[in-house]
Ligand binder design. Structure first.
Ligand SMILES: NC(=O)c1ccc[n+]([C@@H]2O[C@H](COP(=O)([O-])OP(=O)(O)OC[C@H]3O[C@@H](n4cnc5c(N)ncnc54)[C@H](O)[C@@H]3O)[C@@H](O)[C@H]2O)c1
Length: 348
């Protein structure tokens, strides 16, 4: 299959690009190369004859039309987005432009291309979204997000992603565009940009800096290893039913505090300090405004209909992730000088 991946120089997009090429798909990586992008993430496939890169902005409809015309993809996997909740609190405008208008531009470009080719049924527009569109859950472990949970986004980021999901469904209902949607929980793993919780904790720990935990650390997330996520996304692209959405979770709920303690214990083993534990560096900081209490995915649909399950527990995935950061200092050091990285953002 020839797949156009938008946002393929980012964290999840690059995992999709690497896996798709490894499985023999041709990939066109369309990315504007914002502050969050890093072409090093796809260096392992950059020389492959199956790989092509197009620097283009999804806010630019003419550029999108050109890329569709040039490459004639069989499918689109749309991951390009502004993705950091804290940045959406400080500057929501670009989240609307990229996540809402950019998705609208992608849908229009895909639709024109698809209609001009006689509306092939096998074409797919796969929209990658987040569980944050569903809002916040109470601690009750029996309550989880299903595909039918009503939307209740609470941050500028999640509201912009919710809007994009609605547009994608509307293009299916109104124009018949063969879309599939996925909403996933928090990802982690190699190549995670050093402004997100897990890399911040690993890198601050190694630098002897405080390990910042928002509020009291009781917020719960359902952690999904990024390579498991990429595997699920390719499965949905190939086997998902048009018009249908699938929730993807790691089946690994942890409080932020428990997660950070696990990371500290792994670091204590893999890179012991001269004295004491990395957990001694834990510091509680002012909470994020509107910080959702709990996210948890009910993965029943993707498991029953497509037979997918995550392959690693969070402990196994974190061990691999910590080892990757220990082995790849050159990668993360190069990103630490980028604007906003290492600063506390989104206090409002
Ligand atoms: N990271 C998570 O835990 C998570 C969880 C659920 C859903 N998602 C969704 O998955 C997708 C990928 O997330 P990520 O964490 O890899 O994001 P990321 O921030 O690491 O990467 C985003 C990529 O999109 C590109 N991009 C941004 N604006 C663009 C524009 N206007 N035109 C073209 N390219 C642009 C960036 O250059 C970057 O390479 C997003 O849609 C996000 O909403 C992420």
């Amino acid at each position: 299959m020839k797949i156009m991946v938008t946002g393929g120089a980012g964290f999840i997009g690059s995992a999709v690009v690497r896996l798709a090429v490894a499985r023999g798909h041709a990939v066109i990586n369309l990315d504007a190369l914002t502050y969050a992008a890093c072409l090093e993430n796809v260096a392992s496939v950059a020389e492959s004859p199956l790989y092509a890169f197009e620097q283009a902005d999804i806010r630019d409809p003419a550029a999108l039309a050109r890329v569709f015309e040039t490459h004639a993809p069989d499918a689109v996997m749309h991951l390009a987005a502004e993705s950091h909740v804290d940045r959406s609190i400080d500057g929501p405008g670009v989240f609307i432009e990229t996540n809402v208008t950019g998705t609208y531009n992608m849908l229009q470009a895909a639709r024109s291309f698809w209609e001009a080719r006689g509306r092939p049924e096998c074409f797919r527009f796969h929209h990658i979204s987040t569980d944050e569109v569903f809002g916040s859950l109470p601690p009750d472990p029996t309550q989880k997000f299903t595909e039918d949970t009503p939307y209740d986004p609470r941050s500028p980021y999640s509201a912009s992603k919710a809007a994009s999901d609605h547009l994608v469904r509307a293009w299916h209902e109104t124009y018949g565009l063969p879309v599939v949607l996925t909403n996933c929980s928090n990802n982690y793993g190699p190549f995670h940009f050093p402004e997100k919780l897990i890399p911040v904790i690993i890198l601050n720990a190694l630098a002897g800096k405080p390990l910042p935990i928002y509020g009291d650390g009781s917020n719960i997330r359902d952690w999904l290893y990024v390579e498991d996520h990429a595997d699920a996304l390719l499965l949905v692209l190939e086997k998902g039913a048009p018009g249908r959405s699938y929730n993807i979770g790691g089946e690994n709920e942890r409080t932020n505090l428990a997660l950070v303690k696990t990371l500290c214990a792994i670091l204590d083993r893999l890179r012991p300090k001269d004295a004491g534990s990395y957990a001694d560096q834990i510091t509680f900081v002012t909470d994020r405004p509107g910080h959702d209490a709990r996210y948890a995915i009910d993965p029943g649909r993707i498991r029953a209909e497509l037979g997918w399950r995550p392959s690693v527990t969070v402990e196994e995935g974190l061990e691999k992730t910590v080892q990757w950061y220990l082995d790849n200092a050159e990668w993360w050091r190069a990103l630490q000088g980028r604007a906003g990285v290492g600063e506390r953002l989104g206090k409002a």
